[in-house]
Ligand binder design. Structure first.
Ligand SMILES: [Fe+2]
Ligand SMILES: [Fe+2]
Length: 321
């Protein structure tokens, strides 16, 4: 069996300006080494951070307080965020979209709460705004099915494609086949140098099935919607990074973002109570995916959390003069 890496190096020898041409590598490489070094180019890996459901005022606050630490610690080239809960737990407005864009979010995905505030629709339809509706809604649903962002030239450059898919298991909003929609969008974007799919689904098995279906064709399938970070992050056999849920950015002293008292009262009495946002123990949950633009495939997936409860501030040990 021929080594894919060797074949690509042989192909590169036809280019006289190539580093590989001057220093041909003839050894076989493992699949992991192949992923790490791409097709023999000298471009560095690209790094994309993805934040889970930004949830209401607490989500905005923790984003504003922590995004610079994420930049310092992980040096992402792009930051994408799911923001379907940004408007007090449900939906997003144009002002809130601009607020998080100004804070440093490069692109925004949504979910089943996409149209809770209809004022977002003109931005969803604007081809210049990096915000999209779930791709597998009806063709008559307003808004773009995805967006592309440019990758830095030293990673190899090219477009990074982002789209969001709704699940069909235990989800309130009817959606088309997410597997079929993903296949269509991947086929329609053959030149994308990286692809992130936000799997906005309730059932972990549906998210995993989507990830395995797409393994080797996209950089990452990262789950949202359940608001709870999962510990199953991994790179699948053919190079796609996967995590069932990256977790929310919002108050963890809550029931997935809502005031516990009201949720418990509703569950115990069956009498519907409007849910307010919860508060306290605010955390930013996200995941960093490192991948090569030459293959689109991932070499690393690293979840992270920032919050006062999990990262207590250190007391200064002495007076600073
Ligand atoms: Fe959702
Ligand atoms: Fe959500």
């Amino acid at each position: 069996m021929r080594c894919r890496g060797y074949v690509h190096f042989r192909e590169r020898t036809s280019c006289p300006t190539s580093e590989v041409y001057r220093k041909p590598v003839m050894t076989r490489r493992t699949n992991d080494e192949y992923r790490e070094t791409g097709r023999g180019g000298t471009a560095r890996p690209a790094r994309v951070a993805f934040f889970g459901d930004l949830n209401g005022g607490p989500g905005r606050r923790v984003l504003a307080a922590r995004i610079e630490e994420v930049r310092r610690d992980h040096a992402p080239d792009l930051i994408i965020a799911n923001a379907e809960n940004l408007r007090n737990g449900s939906g997003i407005t144009p002002d809130l979209y601009r607020t998080i864009r100004d804070l440093g979010i490069d692109g925004v995905t949504l979910g089943d709460h996409v149209y809770r505030d209809r004022r977002i629709i003109p931005l969803l339809e604007d081809p210049d705004e990096p915000i999209c509706r779930p791709a597998n809604l009806s063709n008559d649903a307003p808004g773009k099915r995805g967006f592309r962002l440019p990758l830095p030239s030293d990673t190899g450059g090219g477009d990074f494609l982002v789209f969001n898919l709704l699940g069909r298991v235990y989800m309130g909003l009817p959606a088309n086949d997410p597997f079929q929609t993903a296949d269509e969008l991947i086929a329609a974007n053959p030149n994308a140098r990286g692809i992130l799919i936000d799997a906005h689904m309730e059932a972990t098995a549906e998210k995993a099935a989507l990830a395995f279906h797409l393994d080797g064709r996209v950089s990452a399938v990262l789950g949202t919607h359940t608001h709870v970070p999962t510990a199953d992050h991994r790179i699948l056999t053919r190079g796609t990074a996967f995590q069932s849920d990256v977790g929310m950015c919002g108050p963890f002293a809550s029931i997935i973002g809502r005031d516990p008292e009201q949720v418990i009262r509703h569950m115990r009495t069956s009498v519907h109570t409007p849910y307010e946002m919860g508060s306290g123990d605010e955390r930013l949950c996200g995941t960093l995916v490192t991948f090569r633009t030459s293959s689109r495939l991932a070499s690393e997936i690293k979840p992270f959390q920032y919050g006062d409860r999990i990262e207590p501030a250190e007391e200064p040990s002495g007076q600073v003069l």
